[in-house]
Design a protein around this ligand. Structure first.
Ligand SMILES: [Zn+2]
Length: 254
């Protein structure tokens, strides 16, 4: 049963890649450092871009989130980034949502997405996105920056491993950027690799589901082979606990 489903998913994604990258609907969740850098690069492509964040610009964001100025402090992040993209006068169709993704609204917010770029700072939200992406068969990129560290991973449901294949519901990451300030140069590298994996997948059909772990304090990059877990409850068994868990409301760090 799983073999037949996987063959179907592989064929589906191959056909998707054969379709033009243009007009793809891409949602970027989170407009911090990772998200706004990704949004600026993707806004030079002819894609349908949705940028999502319920957060407000704070003074201490400015150094590592270069789209924001002091004049933006107190304004909604998604709206500010939307305006910056519109000023580029690019072919991108862009809209924004001033919301945090949670278990109650994820189906509505991401329903038109053909690709999801995760730039949140919450492990719980990432798990939720992973479940939704696997349930709806939507490829997604995880990008995570915290302190001097970062992580990037592509998930193509049914083909590569998913986030839960690696974590099995346990947070591998003890830190969060709310606790450890993100080193300002880190998001550009993390976001850049995330985009590279995304574009290589969409334009060339490259499938690389490994996890990349960055330790900027030692200038190290570790590539962690990430095979599918045969007993993964999300991408194999189709159990979506986070989607059905009404506790994830608003912005929670873990
Ligand atoms: Zn999995």
């Amino acid at each position: 049963m799983h073999i037949r489903k996987n063959l179907y998913l592989a064929l589906f994604h191959i056909l998707e890649v054969k379709n033009s990258f243009e007009q793809t609907s891409v949602s970027i969740v989170g407009m911090g450092g990772n998200g706004q850098l990704a949004s600026m690069i993707l806004s030079a492509y002819d894609v349908n871009l949705t940028i999502i964040d319920g957060d407000t610009v704070e003074e201490n964001n400015i150094r590592r989130q270069p789209l924001f100025t002091r004049n933006d402090v107190g304004r909604k992040k998604s709206e500010v980034v939307f305006e910056k993209i519109m000023n580029r006068n690019s072919p991108t169709k862009v809209n924004y949502m001033d919301e945090y993704v949670d278990s109650a609204n994820i189906g509505r917010i991401l329903k038109d997405s053909r690709f999801i770029f995760d730039a949140t700072d919450s492990f719980l939200t990432r798990e939720l996105i992973n479940e939704y992406a696997c349930k709806e068969n939507i490829p997604w990129i995880m990008t995570n920056s915290y302190g001097d560290f970062g992580e990037v991973k592509l998930t193509v449901p049914g083909i590569t491993s998913c986030l839960n294949c690696l974590t099995n519901g346990k947070n591998m990451i003890p830190l969060n950027c709310h606790w450890e300030n993100v080193s300002p140069p880190v998001p550009s590298v993390i976001s850049g690799l995330g985009l590279k994996l995304f574009l290589d997948f969409k334009e060339n059909g490259k499938l690389n589901g490994d996890m990349y772990f960055f330790d900027f304090s030692q200038y190290n990059i570790t590539r962690i082979g990430a095979n599918r877990a045969r007993n993964c409850r999300v991408c194999v068994d189709g159990i979506y606990e986070k989607i059905n868990d009404g506790k994830i409301i608003g912005r929670q760090l873990y």
